[in-house]
Design a protein around this ligand. Structure first.
Ligand code: FMN
Length: 214
C-alpha cells in the first residue's frame, strides 16, 4: 500500500477550560461531574473506556471495556478472568483506564492497582444481565482460539435450550475487577494545543493536585 499521510488532519479544541479554581478537591467528584456531562451527550457510550495492562515480561496491551460501577473505592469492569487481560492482571495488577469524550474534548486517565471484586458482587451484576448475555458468558472462553463461528453458534443454541428456565449459572471464570486509583489525570483540550491537564496523585489518604504542561 502507498504511504498515506494525515498531516492535514487537525482539529482545534476550543470549547471549554479546566482550572484550579473550578476543579473539585476530589478526583472522584470531578470524575462524576465530567462523566455525567458525557452521559448527557451520549448516554450509551460515555462508559466506554480503554484498559491498558502489562504482562510480567513487559508487553503492554490495550482493549475496550465498559465501566459498570464507580465510587471513591474505584472503577469496576467485568470480564473473563482467563482471558488475555485476566492473565496479564494476574501477573501484574497495575493497570490504566482511559476515557476519551470526543464531544467534550476531554480525556481522563486513571492509573492504579486492580483486584477481583467479591464473588457476590460479580453474581449480582451477572444476574442483572440479559439472558443472552449470560448465556454468551458461559459459551465464550474469551481470548482462546476457536475453530469456527459455527462452533460458537452451536454451543450458544444448545445452552439457550439447557438454561431455558432462565437460570444461567455464572461461570467461575467470569467476574469483575476494581481498579483502585493512585493517579487520575483530567485533560481538557484548549486552543493552539495549549491544553489543560490537572493531575491528582494519592499521597497517603490525601490527593494532591498539580498542573502538567500540555
Ligand atoms: C465497545 C466495546 C465494549 C467492550 N466491553 C467489554 C467488557 O466490558 N468486557 C470485556 O471483557 N470485553 C469487552 N469488550 C471486548 C474487549 O475489547 C476485548 O476484545 C476482549 O475483552 C478480549 O480482550 P483480551 O484478549 O485482551 O482479554 C468490548 C469491546 C468493545 C468494542
Amino acid at each position: 500500500m502507498d504511504k498515506k499521510n494525515l498531516f492535514e488532519l487537525r482539529k482545534e479544541f476550543l470549547k471549554r477550560e479546566l482550572s484550579e479554581e473550578t476543579i473539585s478537591n476530589s478526583p472522584f467528584e470531578q470524575f462524576e461531574t465530567w462523566f455525567s456531562e458525557a452521559q448527557k451527550l451520549d448516554e450509551m457510550e460515555a462508559n466506554t473506556m480503554y484498559l491498558a495492562t502489562c504482562s510480567a515480561d513487559g508487553h503492554p496491551n490495550v482493549r475496550t471495556v465498559l465501566l459498570k460501577e464507580y465510587s471513591s473505592n474505584g472503577f469496576i469492569f467485568y470480564t473473563n478472568y482467563k482471558s488475555r487481560k485476566g492473565k496479564e492482571l494476574d501477573e501484574n495488577p497495575n493497570a490504566t483506564l482511559l476515557f476519551y469524550w470526543k464531544e467534550l474534548e476531554r480525556q481522563v486517565r486513571i492509573e492504579g492497582i486492580t483486584e477481583k471484586v467479591s464473588m457476590e458482587e460479580s453474581e449480582n451484576y451477572f444476574k442483572s444481565r440479559p439472558f443472552e448475555s449470560r448465556v454468551a458468558a458461559v459459551v465464550s472462553e474469551q481470548s482462546k482460539v476457536i475453530s469456527s463461528r459455527e462452533v460458537l453458534n452451536k454451543k450458544f443454541e444448545e445452552l439457550k435450550i439447557k438454561f431455558a428456565d432462565g437460570n444461567v449459572p455464572k461461570p467461575d471464570s467470569w467476574g469483575g475487577y476494581i481498579l483502585r486509583p493512585s493517579m487520575i489525570e483530567f485533560w481538557q483540550g484548549r486552543e493552539s494545543r495549549l491544553h489543560d491537564r490537572i493531575l491528582f496523585t494519592k499521597k497517603g489518604n490525601e490527593w494532591i493536585t498539580e498542573r502538567l504542561s500540555p
